[in-house]
Design a protein. Structure first.
Length: 252
């Protein structure tokens, strides 16, 4: 539904379903639509994460394509050099086929702050996670409930995630040695979940399917606030809600 709204907003592009990965993708592949619709939008409403560097390189690549640079080997090499500095770079196959195509210098993007709370809500729609963990513990029910709100990004956006601590007034930054290129902003403390995270998204609502995870997250928080999670009935309700969140959610 969210991607359909985006497609309607731009008036171009298609929705692709990748059943083998259980995902859908909004895609704009027409050079003309990218040049006349997509690029003007992001020029007017700039990206603020390090993805902006990819966008700048993307614009350079589209400019070359519009000049028909792909019609000769030198032009293709220039496009490959741009691609090599974008996102995850180029495949080993392309490296073999274009050994002299060196990555261009990646643009330096300075983080200038979160422009508006609605920006953060949109960012969380795509990158955030509302998660509830139940683990065995010496409690009345034999389980401990841990509510977690998190946002993970490439380590190059560490400054952005660090600023979230100040912006939301809570949270910590975590790094995992097994994922050296990833960094996570995370909130575990229940009082912060209850009085900072939940009220924020009540004021600045999510628009996508993640709003349903947020709804269940709020219901679990209410169960915990009135201590019903310490009863078998409350624990059962929490486990039921948890089982339908995130990847466990099915849509009819």
């Amino acid at each position: 539904m969210l991607l359909r709204k985006i497609q309607y907003f731009f008036g171009v592009g298609i929705i692709l379903e990748r059943k083998n990965r259980n995902v859908v993708v909004y895609s704009v592949q027409s050079y003309r639509d990218i040049t006349n619709v997509i690029i003007p939008h992001f020029d007017k409403y700039p990206l603020i994460t390090q993805k902006k560097a990819d966008y700048i390189l993307f614009k350079q690549g589209i400019a070359l394509l519009n000049l028909k640079a792909q019609s000769n080997i030198e032009g293709i090499r220039n496009i490959i050099s741009i691609k090599a500095s974008m996102n995850l770079g180029i495949s080993d196959t392309l490296k073999i086929q274009f050994p002299t195509a060196l990555p261009v210098l990646r643009p330096v993007v300075s983080f200038e702050g979160i422009p508006h709370p609605n920006w953060l809500a949109g960012f969380v729609d795509g990158e955030g996670c509302f998660y509830v963990n139940t683990k065995k513990a010496k409690t009345l029910t034999g389980f401990q409930i841990i509510m977690t709100f998190s946002i993970s990004q490439h380590v190059r956006d560490e400054l952005l995630l660090t600023k979230l601590i100040e912006f939301l007034g809570c949270g910590n930054i975590e790094k995992v040695s097994t994922r050296p290129n990833e960094i996570t902003f995370v909130v575990y403390k229940f009082s912060y979940i209850l009085y900072k995270i939940i009220p924020f998204f009540q004021s600045y609502p999510l628009q996508g399917i993640k709003s349903m995870d947020y709804r269940d997250f709020c219901e679990i928080a209410n169960i915990m606030e009135d201590k019903s999670h310490l009863t078998p009935e409350g624990l059962k309700k929490i486990k039921s809600l948890k089982s339908g969140m995130n990847k466990g959610r099915t849509l009819n």
